[in-house]
Design a protein around this ligand. Sequence first.
Ligand code: AR6
Length: 340
Amino acid sequence: MNDFEKTNCAENSGNELVEKSIDRFYRETTKENLIDVLESIRNRMHEDGKWIVPVIPPQELSENIDIENIKAGDTITASQPLHFKLHHLETTDGKTWLAAFTGMDEAEKGESTSTITDDIGQMLKGCRNMHEAGIIINPWGKSFKLTKELIQMVLDADIPENHIYCQEGDITKLDVDVIVNAANNSLLGGGGVDGAIHRAAGPGLLAECRTLHGCKTGEAKITKGYDLKAKYVIHTVGPVYNRLESEKCAGLLYDCYRNSLELAKQYDLHTIAFPAISTGVYGYPKHEAAVIAFMAVSGWLDENPDYGMAVILCCFDQETMKIYRYILKSRSQEKDSFIH
Ligand code: AR6
């Protein structure tokens, strides 16, 4: 905690929606109103919102700072990390709590105390390991007891989730972070989905592709999306299907999906759409290719459970769509958490 505030200036703290939702819950204790409070806290956490926290200032601070000359409204930034003791409150049931205020007006309803502003997310995470029962928000006004269980719910709701969807249509129209192109080794355009992507992205895409000097089968390279809705295009080269080398082909197709997902992760991209790589001009049997696509994608998602990747398997024709649907359905029966 670095920012020490002896201040009255936080009139507009940004916590108004938290205050409003607490007010509603205070008047009517319903499940919906409780969810609204938790939602509003979670939203503030996302905005890097702060709460005002009553503290006992550390000894070093009073030694180094001329407290007498600080006026209300002054903000003091400490030159090195300071450790504050947080004020505790005890409720009649014997439980102890941390206190937090949504604004200075709330803090001033009680005894005068030194306060710091603390990041809501940090405070919630920190509180999980303390022996207090939780945090009482605005203890002198319309208060709200944010118990540890509720804190956990706020934090859990925040864990990003992985999903696989299948969707019929033209991949060039999708509003995602990245679309995958089923390209050839030259990366200089072609027919099928490759041609469609280059037409929709405009000449900038080809110009950038020229700088990449091709791509090996099974590997992946990334460019910007130019005129596409997607911010990026990942170009991967699937195998030309050869029945006599089906295992080798399967391995290369698998690599296309995995390498594309890895590359998307390196760029911190969280929504990706794949066409059915190799199943057009390159002649891969659609069902076999779909099983490999699904194994590669679901395997990668299982290895990256907290990454939060939405994978769209984009099907240009009904036959592919039916196959994907079938595979996803049988998988979701095995594993309840799968959504499609
Ligand atoms: N959106 C989604 N999927 C599409 C689209 C589209 N706009 N257009 C076609 N598909 P293919 P490959 C589907 O032939 O087999 C190129 O010339 C299509 O129905 O595009 O990997 C490259 O330059 C099929 O299911 O790619 C290479 O030379 C899938 O996309 C070669 O083709 C893949 O078909 C690559 O062959």
